[in-house]
Design a protein around this ligand. Structure first.
Ligand SMILES: [Zn+2]
Length: 320
């Protein structure tokens, strides 16, 4: 059996999990995140097509110092059922689940076995993926117990996929790892390098709290910067005209326009990141956050679309 994982599915897991376990958060406050996989079975293989983050652990659950202490709410189960129904209309279904072990060993706890049991009872090929962001960053397998050596890894995505050997044994079931292929990367080394870079973007621009406020502030700052760049050109050209240096207008205008376009190009990458990050929200967050973010991104788009007209107006004002 092989599990096929598209790049997008992998990055969704990384983003959703790193959002609650990264360098900007004290390690004691790192939280587990969980979600589900949609896809289909072909023969013995599992083709995952989508990954949905569903929930993260609450701080007080994490403080009980037992791993995997968290509960899905009624809302989370409702999300699962909506996603599953939608998948069914596309000829797909829930093919497994995933969660994070932030900063601790990738394996299956008793609770994980119990959860996987319910998935595998419904769908014998269902899989359970366990991801540890630190494993991806440091490329090491943590020791089973204190004092044991850590194992150096190479080209490791930070996760393992597990399956129960025999569901009839219930929560006594033992488990094994399943083979997988992550599609969309040239080599495992390239995958690790690009995903580690992605992890830094997520750490910096996909905060667990005040997400909308962060993006709103970011986009408003960019709009203000752009407007003040335009105002700067206007003032510069006005000064040149006043000093009788009109012959320099063309050269200054060319340089300033180039700088403004560079600013737009650099901002564009960050703005596109925000658009992309909307795919990594927990399902229940989407209806409240996505429409608000779309409005502020539309404001940016509209400001940029007026740029040429504004530059033309400045040109007409001074270059004659
Ligand atoms: Zn677990």
């Amino acid at each position: 059996m092989t599990v096929l994982i598209p790049k997008n599915v992998y990055l969704t897991i990384v983003a959703a999990c790193v959002r609650y376990a990264n360098k900007r958060i004290v390690k004691d406050d790192w939280l587990e995140v969980s979600g589900i996989f949609i896809g289909r079975n072909e023969g013995n293989d599992v083709y995952i097509t989508k990954s949905y983050p569903i929930m993260h652990q609450k701080q007080q659950e994490q403080q009980e110092s037992v791993i995997d202490q968290y509960k899905w709410s009624k809302e989370d189960y409702e999300a699962l059922s909506i996603i599953d129904d939608e998948a069914f209309s596309n000829g797909e279904f829930t093919v497994g689940w995933w969660h994070s072990h932030p900063g601790f060993k990738v394996m299956m706890s008793h609770i994980d076995i119990k959860t996987t049991l319910s998935y595998q009872t419904n769908n014998p090929l269902a899989v359970s993926l366990v991801f540890n962001p630190e494993r991806l960053v440091r490329q090491i397998e943590l020791a089973e117990k204190k004092g044991d050596p850590v194992k150096q890894l190479e080209g490791d995505p930070g996760f393992k996929i597990f399956r129960l050997d025999d569901v009839n044994r219930g929560i006594q079931a033992s488990y094994h790892t399943a083979d997988y292929i992550i599609k969309g990367f040239d080599t495992p080394e390239q995958m690790v390098m690009l995903t580690q870079k992605f992890l830094i973007d997520i750490t910096n621009m996909f905060p667990k709290d005040n997400l909308f406020e962060t993006y709103e502030k970011f986009v408003n700052n960019k709009i203000n910067e752009l407007n003040s760049l335009l105002q700067g050109v206007d003032e510069y050209l006005s000064t040149l005209t006043r000093k009788g240096e009109s012959h320099r207008i063309h050269e200054v205008l060319t340089n300033q326009t180039r700088d403004i376009r560079k600013f737009i190009a650099e901002s564009f990458i960050k703005i596109e990141n925000i658009r992309q990050f909307m795919n990594y929200l927990e399902y229940k967050e989407r209806s409240t956050i996505v429409p608000k973010v779309e409005i502020i991104l539309a404001e940016w788009d509209s400001t940029v679309s007026q740029l040429n007209a504004k530059l033309t107006a400045i040109t007409k004002k001074y270059a004659f």
